[in-house]
Design a protein around this ligand. Structure first.
Ligand code: SAH
Ligand code: SF4
Ligand code: F3S
Length: 443
């Protein structure tokens, strides 16, 4: 039987989005095509996330719905990829009878083989982690577009005590700088306008000869008019060399995602985050000196085991000191197999919720104030889309990662870099008027 239409739904972080493109690259080489309609698919994959319990619950729910498709079409092949595959392994096949294959992040090359096995009526499971797999020879399958991702390193060696990622993604390893630069060149030639370099901890990138700052500079020099972003930075390894690289290249975005997680040194120690708040604030201060106008976002966890009310206030305090432009804020979720899982999850649910609400409220207020101050200023925006709310407006993004809405103008197109002047702002969005089409490096 011919199984050739593949449908993939992707959950979790940008690494997973990038991996889905790698998986499609592998399958495309074997003659499979991608479909956007689940009903016409022969193979349905969920590329999954395990980072918090609610992420997994959502996927279990979705599997229930997909199971009904299999009742209608018993030949449908259903597969779980990604972090949940790695974490739950055989359990997924035992508990979810409709699942035919389970493939973790380092075994994607074997997916075609596993599809054949499934078609032959057998279950397939591939969850070995690798110390070397980077997929750097695989050309990801990308739709035409403006923004692309490249994973420059895989895995994580940090072992923050709450986090499953080191278990689901394995040890750190980096792609060769030449292969990444080559991919940036191809993307530039294809008309992409922005590339995001991805890794759980990009600052520990090393291909034996080059560090992350070297890589950023090499990518920036491919095409002065191609914006380069990166995520995520761990505060322990963020070097001044990196900050100077950003400041010296106009197409390296003035935006750093630098997760703080907590404002308390004691909690940070319990989390194994390997820095103190003093060290963290020192980086922010140096970055602001070296890169005028740099913006920051962060991740915060509310209600880590043993977190006291006073320590929660310290988190609010560090947010007030840094004044983040954006934040991803979560309630602590115990993950089996991690070190923190052995600690009692002793912050009651209602207290966790209240602390999270306080964190979110304060962040919104700060972001609103920061954005108000941008009224009257000019910036360069990549026009990404028509606005979701009205086709009379474009939606774009500044180098500092702020969303800007501006009116559709005849001579301006999606994919243009334009200079805008901000005239209105909320906590999440800026509104701008169009000044002129420009180049990224003329900011
Ligand atoms: N490597 C990146 C991203 C890791 S996952 C980094 O270090 O920032 C993204 C975020 O999810 C983390 O920064 C953390 O804030 C949050 N997170 C991870 N595990 C969690 C857990 N068990 N409970 C709640 N939030 C968690
Ligand atoms: Fe998880 Fe910490 Fe690694 Fe980020 S740095 S992926 S939070 S273990
Ligand atoms: Fe989720 Fe795995 Fe990413 S756990 S956040 S998809 S690395």
């Amino acid at each position: 039987m011919n199984k050739n239409k593949v449908y993939i739904e992707t959950y979790g972080c940008q690494m997973n989005l990038a991996d889905t493109e790698v998986v499609m690259g592998i399958l495309n080489n074997k003659g499979y095509e991608l479909t956007k309609e689940i009903d016409s698919a022969d193979v349905v994959f969920l590329n999954t996330c395990s980072v918090r319990d609610n992420a997994e619950q959502r996927i279990h729910g979705r599997l229930g719905t997909i199971g009904t498709l299999k009742q209608k079409n018993p030949n449908l092949v259903i597969g779980i990829l990604g972090c949940m595959a790695e974490r739950l392994r055989e359990d997924l096949i035992d508990k979810q009878k409709m699942v035919d294959l389970v493939v973790g992040p380092d075994e994607y090359r074997r997916i075609p083989e596993f599809i054949d096995t499934a078609v032959a009526g057998e279950k397939g499971i591939g969850v070995k982690l690798s110390r070397t797999e980077t997929y750097e020879d695989i050309e990801p399958y990308r739709e035409e577009g403006l923004s692309a991702w490249i994973s420059v390193m895989r895995g994580c060696d940090k072992f923050c005590t709450y986090c499953v990622v080191p278990f689901t993604r394995g040890r750190e390893r980096s792609s060769k700088m030449e292969s990444i630069v080559e991919e940036v060149r191809r993307l530039s030639e294809k008309g992409f306008r922005e590339v995001t370099l991805l890794g759980q901890n990009v600052n520990s990138y090393s291909d034996g000869e080059n560090d992350f700052a070297d890589l950023l500079v090499a990518c920036a020099e491919v095409d002065k008019n191609l914006r380069i972003r990166f995520t995520t930075s761990h505060p322990q390894d963020l070097s001044d060399k990196l900050l100077y690289a950003i400041s010296e290249h106009d197409n390296l975005c003035n935006y750093i995602h630098l997760p703080v997680q907590s404002g308390s040194d004691r909690v940070l120690l319990e989390m194994n985050r390997t820095y103190t708040i003093e060290h963290y604030l020192g980086i922010i201060e140096r970055a602001r000196k070296i890169i005028p106008g740099v913006t920051f976002s962060t991740d915060i966890i509310a209600g880590f085991p043993t977190e006291t009310e006073e320590e929660h206030k310290m988190t609010l305090d560090v947010m007030a000191k840094v004044r983040y432009d954006g934040a991803y804020m979560f309630k602590y979720s115990p993950r089996e197999g991690t070190r923190a899982f052995k600690m009692a999850d002793d912050v009651p649910e209602d207290v966790k919720s209240r602390r999270l609400t306080e964190i979110i409220d304060q962040q919104q207020k700060i972001a609103y104030e920061i954005n108000q101050k941008l009224i009257g200023t000019e910036d360069i925006v990549l026009i990404e889309n028509l606005s979701k709310k009205s086709d009379q407006f474009y939606s774009g993004r500044t180098g500092t990662n702020k969303i800007v809405i501006l009116p559709v103008a005849e001579n301006v197109q999606i994919g243009d870099y334009v200079k805008v002047k901000i005239y209105k702002a909320t906590s999440a969005t800026l509104f701008g008027e169009f000044l002129e089409i420009t180049d990224v490096y003329k900011r």
